[in-house]
Write a protein that binds this ligand. Sequence first.
Ligand code: GRF
Length: 194
Amino acid sequence: MLRVVFLISGQGSNLRAFLDSCAEGMIPATVVAVGADSEAPGLDHARHFDIPTFVEPLERGGDRDEWGTRLGDRIDTFTPDLVILSGFLRLVPPSFVRRFAPMLLNTHPAYLPDFPGVHAVRDAFEAGVTETGASVIVVDEGVDTGPILAQRHVPVVDGDTESTLHNRIKIVERELLAHVVRDIANRETAIEES
Ligand code: GRF
């Protein structure tokens, strides 16, 4: 079983879908811990499954490298094979990336390289595109610039709001993430050092 640590910042609906799929035997992985940068509501999904949680905040004006080291030390106590950022809204420092990459994934609500950054859905919506998408990438030291492991387009439909569009994108994000982790666990996808 692939040991996974998940990091979130908010509702954790992608985390919940991942946990449900693991519980149903659809993904040969076990989430060994869920971390957050604040007391995120999504941590309750981990508690529901009796999975350990931890919170490692980056204080205002705090040193990002030191925070990254603390966060990494917390993660390492769970000896994960893979770390997944999904809805984790903090930029991790390069030292953190070097510590965990390439087994460090991020889900992103756009068809990269289009619309990187934390406002990807809003940016796509305001740009008036007719389709955007979802991507699963390996985290590198840039902002959403790492190797793309899977991605799919999602159409923008009449009547969409940023929120309805994001909800449809998240459904695709969850499918892509499940697919990627399944392939890694089954060794059908080899993630190379970049
Ligand atoms: C996802 O779209 C993720 O890619 C983005 O934030 C959303 C997280 O949603 N960065 P949730 O917390 O899993 O509900």
